[in-house]
Every structure is written in structure tokens, then in C-alpha cells.
Design a protein around this ligand. Sequence first.
Ligand code: FES
Length: 317
Amino acid sequence: MNELNDLKLLVSQKTEVAAGILEFQFVAGDGSVLPSFQPGSHVAIATPCGANRQYSLINDGKEPTFYQIAVKLEPQSRGGSQSMHEQLNVGHSVLVQPPDNSFPLLDAPGYLLIGGGIGITPLIGMAKTCRSNGKPFRLIYCARSEGQAAYWEDLKNTFDESVVIHFDDGDPEKVYDFWDEFMIPNANHVYCCGPRPLMDEIKALSGHWPEQQIHFEDFNPQSGLEYVNLPFTVSIKSAGESFEVHETATILETLRSHGLRVPSSCESGTCGSCKMKLLSGSVEHRDFVLESEEYESAIMVCVSRGRGNIEIDFEDF
Ligand code: FES
């Protein structure tokens, strides 16, 4: 994180809003108004375990006096969500990057908002904005069960016939059938956030729609299931130092633990903040940012790894 711009905020509320999902609210120590934000925005938070994680903002972003996020305890947590659940409590201070938006609500005649599980969070502010701007929208919220669906009753009460809440009990036979929504393309924009299978399905169903009308928000780090992490050595030319990157750590985490600062935000290979120069060695590129022409000269250190030892350096060296 860029510490110069980080906001030092206090945890003012920590509330369970569904099984395994905690809502946090953060305020400035002096109660002042925080930087404003648009629907779809997120903040990056330095979690107690040291990893940065991005969370969508739920509340109204006009002159906010607090930031509201919800954090699901991920069973495959690399430490971020687990440390938020277990170690971050009311009264603690936390470093928060000012809001950023990679999922903006563009002007359109109408909207289809699709949220799966915790992916509902960026869509709540979007639905409220559509409602207050008099824009037609439909919100489809899919979850396993009532107990695992944060905010579903509020959404039902607030948006009534504009919202569909669908519970599938984790049964593939009961998943929501989106085909009717996509069969005939129209001018509406689609916003989708949720687990990867849901987003893959929406991608597949919307293949005949104009690409610019379909928007996804994906905070999921690479699952690691398709990759095997092996240890390797990373050398930083300008620092004249080399570090062992263990199986369980990223290059970014390794450099950070040795006091070397690299800009970062998403830590999932999607935002482009953590780019470094690749000087020598072979890399398994796991990001969604670099063009293939850059593979020999750059590396996103939050997710990508050396296939053997590598030498890299900061962008400005
Ligand atoms: S921190 Fe976003 S791509 Fe690495």
C-alpha cells in the first residue's frame, strides 16, 4: 500500500451479518468526513496478518462519515479474511487506502445486477443509486441459504419487486437459470460480482452481448489449485539483496517482510500496482494485467512466481 495516502481509521462496529460474514465499519479518529466514493468502489485494507485485501464499500459514498464493508471468512483464506475476523476488533486502528473504483456504474437505460454470496456488496450501493436516479434495474442475489446471505431481508424490504433472492442450498440442480435474462440482448448494462463459477456462467451466457455492457468485479485471488507453489530465490538488483520466497508466501509478502516497499492494492493480479522489472530468470505469470509481450521484462509480484531463481528490480530503477 502507498502509506503516504493511507487513511488511519478506527473500527467503530463489527457485527455478524450472516454465517461467517462480519460487517466492519471504520471512522476517522476525529469523526471527520472521509473521502467520498461512487457505487462499485472498494477500499484496500492492511489486514492484521500483513496482507492487503480489497473490500467493496456498501454505504452511501457522498460525504461519508464511515466506511462499511463485509468480510467473509474464506475457508481457503491465505490469512487476510481470517485475521480480519479474529484479530480486528472495535477500537483498533487500521490502514485503509482511499476508495478506488474498478467497477463503476456507467450510464445506461437500465441495469441487471447479479450478486453471488458476498459478491452482493458492491451491488447494494448500485441498486440504491439506480433507485434514487429513477433508473430501472433488477437485482438478482444468489446464495446458498438464508443464513449465509448477508443483507437479504433488507434488500427484499427495500427493493421489493426489483429484487430476486434465490437460495440453491448448494445443489447444482437448483442454481438460478439466467438464460431468460440474456437470451435477447438489450441496451441494459450487466454488473456481476460473486464466486468464479457464477461469473464464468454469466460470461458464457452473455457472449452474444456487446462486451462493453457486461462488467465484472473479481477480488478472488488465484485459487492456487491449478498452480503448485515451489520455493525460489528473488534477487533485487538495486538493493543488492536476495530473499528466499517460501511456498506459502508471495514475492510481495517476502519483500514487505524485509522492509522493502512495493506499491500494491488488489494483491490478486488484477490492478497493476505491483509491477516490477524482470531482469533474469523464468516466471510463471499468474496475473491478469500483463500483455504477453511484457512477459520477458515485467512481473506482477503479488501473484507471479519464479520458475527457479529470478532477478527483478523496482520500476524506477
Ligand atoms: S497488487 Fe494488484 S496486481 Fe499486484
